[in-house]
Design a protein. Structure first.
Length: 459
């Protein structure tokens, strides 16, 4: 099997002897990427973050923090992007001092549309036609074009959603998701689970403030999951399924997205079916919009198999979960170089084998979520699994680590499940819900009760 340092060497050919600016919504993430760039031979690095973020900034990385604040997750992301697109004068001065000859390249976050930063171009910028595919109201036509089975759906003005929903409800209500009138959205921010007339009223009021139309489809019971692919000029890499930790909030129309994990194993035939979906979608994207790089297909593993719900034509968070255990593999930077079509010997089959082996051998996962309570300091704890929930490890061998810290909107909670202390096979959602419940009770975060989805096709 090929060694990870092969790909590290490829990326170093692009990175070395250049100046780089990393511009992310949080300085912690920007500085972390800058640190990797320095290890790959960058001539110099400057990190720019819209807010500080949850984590300790690495030593030796110069960082500019814009102190953006917001009230919601999507509000924070949009405010961060706007601030990075048009830096304030003091930040422009720092950038100009770092890069007086204006030769630096910029690296931005995976969800960014990649505008220039202080006149410096973004490397590996996504094309507009790729970004457009993230609209959740157009993706069902793509599944139909490829021939991938999906749930029935309807696209309607918000005012007509309730009457259409009644015809699509098969017993567990319907899911309403809004269009991209106000821009890209994710993390279930503009999604509502509607089961009653009161739910419909709540969803209509909320979505009308942000959208013109909605996609209505039956609520799909089962394990939320995703499959990642990587598109090259002459190949499509298909990786392994990842569980999306999407938890139910009883008594509300909302779901709580809480990151991803690779501990869950679907049936072998379901795993291969998902990988086939990735290959077919990747080939279609290459043929229709000349796509390159990482993408994800999200959906639900129902009693009848996998049904897709959305396409993310960009780097996905779960691929980081899969590849963080591979020392020396700079996956995000590698993806940007693929998108930029660097003329390098990529060896897609070797990359696929490398990631699959690592992801299957070294399981990983975390629960990450924004919380409404403002957090000003960084809090760390080791947690122990009791068999029914989590408690502070208090010197015992930990099963998870908790980090709680600042965010643009409130605070950010991250709980990482230790790979050798978390069982592979079953869903990680019960541990995710238990970990969030412990943090909520301990730090009064306003998360509230959570429920998990059933695994209707256990492996």
């Amino acid at each position: 099997m090929i060694a990870p340092d092969y790909y590290e060497g490829l990326v170093a050919q692009v990175i070395a002897d250049r100046k780089w600016i990393t511009a992310f919504d949080v300085a912690y993430a920007a500085a972390g990427v800058a640190e990797k760039l320095k290890k790959l031979g960058a001539q110099g690095c400057l990190a720019v973050g819209a807010s500080r973020g949850t984590g300790v900034l690495p030593d030796g990385i110069e960082a500019v923090i814009l102190d953006v604040v917001a009230e919601t997750m999507m509000g924070g992301l949009r405010a961060s992007e706007a601030a990075l697109d048009a830096l304030p004068p003091h930040a422009v001065a720092r950038v100009d001092a770092f890069d007086p000859d204006r030769t630096a390249r910029v690296i931005r976050a995976m969800f960014s549309e990649g505008a220039d930063v202080a006149g410096r171009p973004t490397y590996g910028r996504r094309r507009r036609e790729w970004v457009a595919l993230e609209d959740k109201l157009i993706v069902d036509a793509l599944w139909d074009d490829i021939g991938i089975p999906r749930a029935p759906s309807a696209i309607v003005p918000i005012a007509q959603a309730a009457e259409v929903a009644a015809a699509l409800d098969v017993g567990m209500g319907t899911v309403w998701v809004g269009d991209n009138r106000d821009g890209w959205h994710g993390g279930a921010a503009l999604l509502r689970w509607v089961r009653t007339p009161a739910d419909a009223d709540d969803a209509r009021r909320f979505l009308s403030a942000h959208c013109d139309r909605a996609r209505i489809m039956p609520f799909l019971d089962g394990i939320p999951c995703s499959i990642h692919g990587i598109v090259f000029e002459d190949a499509v890499v298909a990786l392994r399924p990842c569980e999306m930790l999407v938890l139910r909030r009883p008594g509300t129309t909302q779901l709580r997205y809480a990151a991803a994990a690779t501990f869950w194993d679907p049936r072998p035939e379901d795993r291969e079916g998902l990988r086939d979906v990735a290959r077919r979608v990747g080939a279609h994207l290459r043929q229709t919009v000349d796509y390159r790089g990482v993408f994800t297909v999200d959906g639900v593993m129902t009693a009848d198999g996998f049904l897709p719900t959305e396409l993310n034509p960009r780097f996905g968070a779960a691929i980081g979960v899969m590849t963080n255990s591979i020392p020396g593999l700079p996956m995000y930077l590698l993806n940007l170089a693929i998108v930029a079509r660097e003329p390098l010997d990529w060896r897609p089959e070797d990359l696929e084998a490398l990631i699959l082996d690592a992801a299957d051998t070294h399981r990983a996962g975390r629960s990450g979520t924004l919380v409404s309570r403002p957090i000003d300091t960084l809090i760390r704890q080791d947690l122990r699994w009791t068999g029914e929930g989590f408690e502070e490890a208090a010197g015992a061998e930990p099963d998870a680590t908790l980090v709680l810290g600042p965010a643009a909107a409130g605070g950010y909670l991250n709980i990482s499940f230790l790979s050798d202390r978390t069982p592979a096979g079953p869903s990680t959602a019960p541990r995710s819900a238990a970990a969030l419940a412990y943090a909520d009770a301990t730090f009064e975060l306003g998360i509230g009760p959570l429920e998990v989805a059933p695994d209707l096709r256990p492996g």
